[in-house]
Design a protein around this ligand. Structure first.
Ligand code: FAD
Length: 456
């Protein structure tokens, strides 16, 4: 440790008042500087040597303020960390400095009778789901990393997941009712954002404020069931899944459609997978389970699994194989595989599928996640599993997708703009200029940010 760093660490211990929550052991700092960036072979090369200098674990908003005040004063970078399950190197510090690990601020303060959960940023989504269900509510949407991911990290870097077929993404339909943010200023402020102002902070990767408290809107809990249906071809599976996903008749939380080569990698649930068939994984209202099975059989589907859902500990938990967990399973069996994040057209998806198949064959495997868009239309989103050979070929795949009208949020870039959730009204950038005038929060991740000349 350099003398300057050692003095800074002493200062940190003083403002935190508990040396045990200022971590400098190199292996610990390295571990808490990582996320799941290695999903991308491109990011793996770019980011594997990036680490913070020290990890601080605040337990209160006052402590966050104290750390930011010190870092602002000394010009030290601060990168917020929830559970570190992000995929794009979002939580990896590019310029060293402090990793602000919010894992100890993990309380669900209350579940309000009108279904609003008030939480600290490090609260696990699984805790909110479980607490919510005890009060008759549940999360509107959650990532497949629900067991580990924090609510602050979901707001900072996530987008949607299980439940999005009914409730849209995290940014939609006022799901995030309000949040408080600590600013990186000489005297940090705690600012409450409500209504449209939340979009200043959502999916900004912690570049423009530290989320310190969240008001999250839940939805009335449903008694769910899980069901797997196999079809001879992907097209037949897609037709049936689309019918269920887009019809208001069905109460569903998950509709995921896979090509057969993908489900072959789901080794722990091999007993419910029929080789060489395409599969759909459903979470459906228990009251509609029987009706769903009859509907599937009527169009040639084979039910390979159907059972009650008893919360996140249900085994098998189908959501463990969906959203970006699918990529993980595929990569486990073949490490030349990676992924893209695509949006297909609700009207011409089938033609887009055949154009991609004709060009890339088994190097582009379909994994469809239906989700409601901000206009209320249920559309086929996708996290296709693709074979990586070179960065050029990956970029060529992305270009071809865009050429045929398939949108791509590129998971192989390490900035907010490239990842596909950057707002075209630049509201996140304007917030960075307001709340982080020295550009110290997760520096390097908001590409369009230029430090104002007079700020430093
Ligand atoms: C197997 C797998 C499956 C996944 N599935 C999904 C999915 O279904 N849907 C989805 O949306 N994502 C998914 N992800 C990505 C990731 O799990 C989610 O985005 C998750 O919500 C991140 O939470 P986290 O606590 O791990 O955040 P982290 O990775 O710790 O942080 C994410 C970003 O938010 C910032 N941040 C963290 N806390 C704060 C804070 N308090 N204030 C400001 N900024 C903060 C960090 O700096 C970072 O930029 C998946 C990832 C993996 C590895």
């Amino acid at each position: 440790m350099t003398p300057t760093l050692s003095t800074f660490v002493d200062d940190l211990k003083q403002v935190i008042g508990d040396a045990d929550r200022v971590l400098t052991n190199p292996a610990t700092v390295a571990r808490l500087s990582r996320d799941f960036y290695w999903y991308s072979p491109v990011l793996k090369q770019l980011l594997s040597d990036k680490v913070g200098d020290v990890v601080v674990q605040p337990t209160s908003v006052d402590e966050i303020c104290a750390v930011l005040r010190l870092c602002h004063d000394q010009g030290i970078a601060v990168t917020a960390r929830g559970a570190g399950t992000g995929n794009y190197g979002q939580a990896i510090p590019l310029q060293g400095g402090v990793v602000l690990d919010l894992a100890l601020m993990d309380a669900v303060e209350c579940i309000h009778p009108d279904g609003i959960a008030i939480c600290q940023p490090g609260a696990k989504l699984s805790l909110i789901e479980n607490e919510g269900r005890r009060h008759g509510w549940e999360l509107r949407c959650y990532p497949s990393t629900v067991a580990k991911a924090s609510v602050g990290g979901f707001l900072g870097g996530g987008s949607g997941g299980i439940g999005s077929v009914a409730h849209g993404g995290l940014r939609d339909f006022n799901t995030v009712r309000a949040l408080e943010v600590v600013t990186m200023e000489p005297e940090p402020r705690v600012i409450k954002h409500e209504g449209d102002a939340i979009h200043e902070i959502l999916h900004a990767w912690g570049t423009n404020g530290i989320i310190s408290r969240i008001w999250l809107c839940l939805t009335p809990a449903v008694e769910w069931a899980q069901c797997v249906v196999a079809f001879p071809s992907f097209n037949e599976a897609f037709d049936f899944s689309e019918q269920i996903a887009t019809s208001n008749h069905w109460t569903k939380r998950l509709v995921t459609t896979f090509e057969s080569l993908i489900t072959a990698s789901f080794s722990p649930i091999r007993n419910i997978i029929t080789p060489d068939k395409a599969h759909i994984f459903f979470m459906i209202a228990a009251a509609q389970l029987e009706e769903l099975q009859l509907a599937a059989k009527a169009v040639g589907g084979e039910i390979t699994f159907a059972a009650a859902y008893e919360g996140l500990r249900t085994s098998p938990l189908l959501s463990d194989y969906t959203w970006n967990h699918t990529t993980l399973w595929a990569m486990k069996t073949d490490n030349t595989l990676t992924y893209l994040q695509c949006g297909f057209s609700p009207t011409t998806a089938r033609s887009q599928f055949s154009q991609l198949k004709a060009r890339y064959g088994d190097d582009f495997l379909f994994h469809i996640e239906f989700m409601k868009n901000s206009d209320g239309l249920v559309v086929p989103g996708s996290i296709p599993v693709v074979r990586f050979t070179t960065a050029e070929r990956l970029n060529e795949m992305i270009d071809f997708c865009r050429e045929i009208g398939v949108t791509v949020a590129n998971p192989h870039v390490n900035n907010v703009e490239g990842g596909g959730r950057y707002r075209q009204d630049h509201i996140q950038l304007q917030a960075k200029r307001k709340y982080d005038p020295k550009g110290l929060l997760n520096p390097g991740k908001m590409a369009s940010y230029l430090v104002a000349e007079d700020a430093n």
